[in-house]
Design a protein around this ligand. Structure first.
Ligand code: ADP
Length: 285
């Protein structure tokens, strides 16, 4: 059983709606030569400053959705816009922090260098960074609390610090839509808290975040909305509305349950029949 106290009750959070959603995804389908239709006709919108949890079993297409949104894989159908501008023609970019296994931590670059890479497109690939670029990078590192580590090699950082460096790098693209793929996997509770604090900072700046997680207890308590995916959108909306017996069955095979207990929500997994990828936590409060 996994239980989470609310870190930042969503009701306290001012989510400011602009005239257009920060991110609007319409009828997006994508896949691979050997896995056609990994995501099918996915549609959802994220408003400015909103924090959306992307949940679903292993192989549901969460990473594929992110990769299709940032153009790492082509999409077969669909349309993506940021603040009403078509992504394929917009100068605006979507920030993306991939799963940690996809990053080579032995690569001999410093924290500062990694964040500067986020500005590369803005600087232009054939020009060296100027003083104002480094100033912007240092300001970014300051804002995520990593200024003191700016000259460290990235491999020397803790799990939570690594996540924050990549959040800073994505922000250095001057983006206000950020996709985070499993940032909590493999980090301890202290690092989890650091990452949550960074997410609070982003929210205060109006950055919209879509975050893939396996931690359903956290998802239900820490996010404004949840997108429950199983190739297609099973449900999208307020956490309490998204998790019910029907939607959980459609996504996970019905081996999860949700119990409301005062201010807290428990997500319970049947440990004898846990679906692949779903958490099997046993700790109490
Ligand atoms: P999730 O992130 O929800 O675990 P993925 O997006 O990684 O799911 O995978 C969705 C489907 O696409 C799975 O069937 C997976 O095997 C397949 N897939 C993922 N990456 C590739 C790839 N590079 N080549 C072929 N198939 C892939």
């Amino acid at each position: 059983m996994h239980l989470h106290n609310t870190h930042a009750p969503t009701s306290e959070v001012p989510v400011v709606a602009g005239p257009c959603p920060a991110l609007a995804v319409h009828d997006l389908s994508a896949g691979y030569p050997g896995a056609r239709g990994a995501i099918q006709s996915v549609s959802f919108s994220v408003w400015r400053g909103e924090r959306v949890g992307l949940v679903g079993p292993n192989g549901a297409g969460k990473s594929t959705l992110f990769k299709a949104l940032v153009g790492l894989i082509p999409h077969d159908t669909g349309h993506v816009s940021i603040h009403g501008e078509d992504c394929s023609t917009s100068h605006r970019m979507i920030g993306y922090v991939p799963q940690q296994e996809e990053i080579d931590w032995g690569f001999p670059v410093t924290v500062r260098d990694v964040v500067m890479m986020g500005r590369a497109r803005r600087i232009g690939w054939l020009r060296w960074p100027r003083r104002r670029d480094w100033e912007a990078v240092d300001a970014m590192l300051e804002s995520v609390g990593l200024a003191a580590l700016s000259h460290r090699q990235i491999g020397q950082l803790s799990g939570g610090q690594r996540r924050r460096v990549f959040i800073a790098r994505a922000l250095a693209q001057a983006t206000d839509v950020l996709l985070l793929d499993e940032p909590f996997s493999g980090v301890d509770a202290a690092a989890e808290e650091e990452i949550m604090e960074t997410l609070d900072l982003l929210r205060a700046r109006g950055v919209s975040v879509v975050l893939a997680t396996h931690d359903l207890g956290m998802a239900v308590n820490e996010f404004d909305r949840l997108l429950l995916l199983n190739r297609q959108v099973v449900a999208y909306g307020a956490p309490a509305a998204v998790f019910n017996a029907d939607t959980l069955k459609r996504a996970y095979g019905g081996r999860l349950g949700v119990i409301e207990e005062g201010q807290r929500t428990l997500v319970i997994v049947d440990e004898h029949g846990c679906p692949e990828g779903a958490p099997m936590h046993t700790e109490g409060d």
